[in-house]
Design a protein around this ligand. Structure first.
Ligand code: BGC
Length: 819
């Protein structure tokens, strides 16, 4: 359907019908207009899989891809496009026409709970990756939704905080990936952030939504709110917010109609937003192909292979003192130690969660590659959970149509696991807003002794063992950090149990009047020194000790930041003690953000494996044994300590505001300017081979405005193995009237090289690569003068330099500054 037909349809619609398009119908769908054959649209999260319409736990199974920080570590835009294409197929299998992804907020504070879900601290790298991702998704006829526009760099008070960002930092850093998503990738949708920007909610910030996004950049798609982030009727619509999500409408519908009738909102503004909705429906082919109502779980072999490859390619080798890759022929006994060895940590938490087809743990992945001849020892050592491990027993459920468990109960479907989120009515005839439930199971401990039980719930909950109240999260329920802020913190109780005896476990639950309805039951035996010592003894008797430490989706999650930059629990102690028992200790880190590594000097190797998706264990084993080359490079600086992070001192904010006080000096720009050596620099990653750079040449020594500069160099694989190098190009402005970073990434390319092979790499620089944003002139400016091109293997490993001069100043207003 072309624009003319969209206009015809629009003109046939009544005002009421146009208004009805501008808010959701349900949590994931928009309102159809049956009279005119306008279908409903279905959207789904995003970004490392497509969950469908089910709840965060137990929804229809889906492929789980590497999280964004892992994908970004590949620095491989072609690979990211293929992931985007695969995600579009996943969306189609869930009947969704629009994917709520990618997330392109920048890594600012290392404590951000959603750090894992974002690509990088660098706007250029984020922009290249998000363009690649969106192009992949949209090439298959599925819409992408770049989010969260803008300033959502932490989860602290995210629904209300004001991100106070100066104009230069906004233009040179935080807006850049969004600008690229619109101008280059032609994204079909954008999602506003929860926070305010400089005092005004993003969802009603006219300058942001209309002046910059729609007018300057020419965005012609749909701008939607984040879920429940609409705060007004006329203000948000007039500011440029097209779609209130989720539905049903809270601020739109009748209220919006009244606002039009009273003259607060112009009918043309309604038409413009409705036109955008029709355009989106057209783009995703909704008029020709109504989305199938049923969601399918399709576990495709080609997705498995892609996930495994991407997970391995996103793994960053941070240290290697001759221990990796491991040669199974030379190994007799291998120690697998740590809380992430047998538990597959494949993704972060929050709205990015999917119900993965399967999860390969490192233990399984390594076992598969070692075969039977090598002895694999295992010790947990210590724990890293935030919430007690989930009770594994299935439960039966009985529901009551009141909040007091009284009267006749209705038995509901059995629950496969001890975490439930109720989206709709829990059982036939039971009202979602006012119900209670009794969940029951039996628990037979393996060991004698003290057990901890834990409950978190959105709603009230309590747990009984053999009729005795053990955990009371009912009489003094308090709002905490779980379930996007609608749930309590974990409340625990302990009980001495006998091994082999079956105990009756009963959980009572009462739903809240609004917000999420959920409960989660955890149980564990406390771990002590004995577990740590067993791990140390195992390590001492093995050829190599592989220690799997890090975090999980309880720490790296939405709506809450991490309290610090350290590995949680006794994990640092575990690594140090294992390393002193075995000099061939390799640490495999799985985190969604940088962590401090006080044991770094004592270990022989470190791999940062992030959350690589459902093939986690296979991808990690591929790198450990050399089936895949470690070609990942850090998309974020690892500071030595939290205090070295650029945001320190201006994080998390106070009195409702967070000042981005570091301005344009974020990430490596901060470390460079302050001469602060990082633990591992931006762009860093080792390989199993080595590379030499040479013969750097520029297409010109002097440039005129609007000309491009071509940078060429030769890269040689000087080692014995095939490998991939990420050639990084930074630009430095030698003389500038405004302060500028020491250098900024403006180009990169990943090259495959056989041993001994040399390839010539060519990168180009346009005027924007040389420009800063001059807020006094409200324009991009590349000043006349000398610039330096720095080419290297990381931001701190510059291998070649060359200079050129821009002969005359280049100035462009933002609308005309091509990306
Ligand atoms: C998140 C969005 C997500 C939406 C729908 C919000 O809490 O911030 O990223 O797309 O929920 O699940």
């Amino acid at each position: 359907m072309n624009e003319q037909r969209i206009d015809t349809l629009l003109n046939a619609m009544t005002l009421e019908e146009q208004v009805s398009l501008l808010a959701g119908a349900s949590f994931w769908t928009t309102v159809p207009v049956e009279r005119l054959g306008i279908p409903s649209l279905k959207v789904s999260d995003g970004p490392n899989g497509v969950r469908g319409a089910g709840s965060l736990v137990g929804s229809v199974k889906a492929a789980s891809f590497p999280v964004a920080i892992s994908l970004a570590s590949t620095w491989n835009t072609g690979l990211v496009t293929r992931v985007g294409e695969a995600l579009a197929q996943e969306a189609q299998s869930k009947g969704a026409q629009v994917l709520l992804a990618p997330t392109v907020n920048l890594h600012r504070s290392t404590q951000n709970g959603r750090n894992f879900e974002c690509y990088s601290e660098d706007p250029f790298l984020s922009a290249r990756l998000c363009v690649a991702y969106i192009q992949g998704v949209q090439s298959q006829g599925v819409g992408a939704t770049v989010k969260h526009y803008v300033g959502n760099e932490s989860e602290f008070e995210r629904m209300s905080i004001s991100s106070d960002i100066d104009e230069r930092a906004l233009r040179e850093l935080y807006l850049v990936p969004f600008e690229a998503a619109v101008k280059e990738a032609g994204t079909w949708a954008v999602m506003c952030s929860y926070n305010k920007l400089n005092g005004t909610y993003a969802s009603e910030n006219r300058r942001l939504l209309t002046d910059i996004l729609k007018r300057e950049w020419g965005f012609d798609g749909v701008l939607m709110s984040d879920w429940f982030a609409t705060h007004s009727t006329a203000e948000s619509l007039n500011a440029g917010l097209d779609l209130e999500m989720p539905g049903p409408a809270k601020y739109r519908g009748q209220k919006l109609l009244e606002a039009v009738r009273s003259g607060e909102v112009r009918a043309e503004a309604i038409q413009d937003s409705a036109r955008r909705m029709l355009r989106l429906l057209t783009r995703v082919g909704a008029f020709e192909r109504p989305a199938p109502a049923e969601e399918q779980a399709i576990d495709r072999p080609e997705h498995r292979a892609l996930i495994r490859r991407a997970g391995a390619e996103g793994t960053v080798l941070l240290k290697n003192e001759g221990v990796l890759p491991l040669d199974p022929k030379r190994l007799k006994k291998v120690a697998l130690i740590g809380p992430n060895a047998k538990t597959a940590q494949i993704m972060g938490g929050g709205s990015a969660q999917v119900n993965a087809h399967y999860r390969v743990s490192p233990h399984e992945g390594i076992q598969a590659q070692l075969g039977g001849s090598v002895v694999l020892g295992y010790e947990l050592g210590c724990s890293n959970h935030k919430l007690l491990p989930l009770l594994q027993e299935p439960l039966s459920a009985e529901y009551f149509n009141n909040r007091g468990l009284s009267g006749q109960g209705v038995s509901g479907a059995g629950l496969a696991q001890a975490e439930v989120m109720w989206n709709d009515e829990p059982a036939p005839g039971i009202t979602a807003e006012t119900f209670s439930a009794r969940l029951s199971t039996r628990f037979t401990p393996d060991e004698d002794g003290v057990h901890h039980f834990g409950l978190v719930s959105a709603g009230l909950s309590r747990l009984y063992m053999d009729g005795r109240l053990i955990v009371d999260n009912w009489s003094a329920w308090k709002q905490g950090d779980t379930y996007f802020g609608s749930g309590s913190d974990e409340v625990t109780g302990t009980l001495d149990l006998q091994a082999g005896r079956a105990y009756e476990v009963t959980i009572e639950y009462a739903s809240p009047a609004e917000g999420m309805r959920a409960v989660r039951v955890g149980v564990t035996r406390p771990l002590g020194d004995a577990h740590l010592e067993r791990a140390v003894r195992l390590a001492a008797g093995c050829d190599v000790a592989l220690v799997f430490v890090g975090h999980n989706g309880e720490w790296d999650t939405e709506a809450v930041d991490r309290p610090h930059m350290d590995l949680v629990g006794r994990q640092n102690e575990l690594v140090s003690r294992v390393a002193s028992a075995n000099p061939r200790t390799v640490v495999v880190l799985q985190t969604g953000a940088p962590v401090a590594m006080p044991w770094l000097d004592a270990v022989a190797g470190v791999l940062q494996a992030w959350y690589p998706g459902q093939e986690a264990g296979n991808a990690i084993a591929d790198v450990l044994f050399g089936a895949a080359e470690p070609s990942g490079r850090l998309p974020q600086t690892f500071p030595v300590r939290l205090e070295d992070n650029a945001a320190h001192g201006n994080y998390p904010g106070a009195s409702g505001r967070v000042r981005y006080g570091e301005g344009i000096f974020a990430g490596y720009r901060h470390h460079d300017t302050k001469h602060l050596p990082p633990l591992f620099p931006f762009g860093f990653g080792l390989s199993y081979t080595s590379f030499a750079y040479g013969n750097l040449r520029l297409s010109a020594e002097a440039l005129q405005p609007e000309e491009t500069l071509t940078v060429t160099l030769d890269v040689t694989n000087t080692g014995q193995r095939a490998g991939q190098e990420v050639v990084q190009l930074y630009v430095r402005d030698e003389q500038s009237s405004l302060p500028r970073p020491e250098k900024e990434l403006k180009g990169f390319l990943k090259v495959d090289l056989a041993p001994g092979e040399t390839k010539s790499v060519t990168l180009t620089l346009g005027m924007r690569a040389l420009a800063y944003f001059d807020d006094a002139r409200a324009a991009w400016v590349a000043e006349a003068g000398r610039f330096e091109v720095l080419v290297g293997s990381s931001s701190r490993d510059i291998r070649a330099r060359a200079a050129f001069t821009l002969q005359r100043e280049w100035v462009r207003p933002p609308a005309q500054a091509a990306f």
